[in-house]
Design a protein around this ligand. Sequence first.
Ligand SMILES: [Zn+2]
Length: 212
Amino acid sequence: MTIMLVATSCAVAASAPVRISGQRAVEAAMPAVPRATHSVSVKLFHFSGSRWRTDDIVEALARSAGLLSTCGVAVTGAVINEVEAPRRFHFYYTPLSRELLRTIRAPKPAVFFVEDTRNDPAFDAEAIGRSNSTTRPELADTIWVAYGSRDLPYAIAHELVHVLSDSGEHSEEPGNLMHDETAPQNSHLSSAQCERLLTVGEANGLLKRMTK
Ligand SMILES: [Zn+2]
């Protein structure tokens, strides 16, 4: 009996303590969207001891929310979560990120601010929708942003459009947010892109229709 108890405590000590160690509502930092028809509740995740500053993350999301507002989408109920996890989880790497999601069961859409990606090809920011998550279901409706990503508000908004529309489609239209290269001059969404985002996002339960 004693041996069993010792063995159990060893197993606990050796397993990775992964948990949400802090949570803060940041809805007040998001822009008001008077003409919003839909809302999206974005959940943000960063890791204890990482280089990301929470103020930078929240400010970037607020500016992303401004870009999405042109489709009549308001970011509401945004929460920033601090995750305590061994360093190997601080990187986007499919097998470990799946394991992370199985542990913390994040509400979606969820945006993870990671140190870097260990996936190949390595993107600064990457979104996983429904249709490209069949082999990695835990990662559906998540976004992974590497530290140092350029044009952060544009990158987050661009990836949110991918997730909400469940589409990997890019646009060649000048100034369009969905150019494959993110840049501050690419900020516009067409009415067709908004339509798809609203229809698919609502059907997938990521967007809620707002009642007047
Ligand atoms: Zn893209």
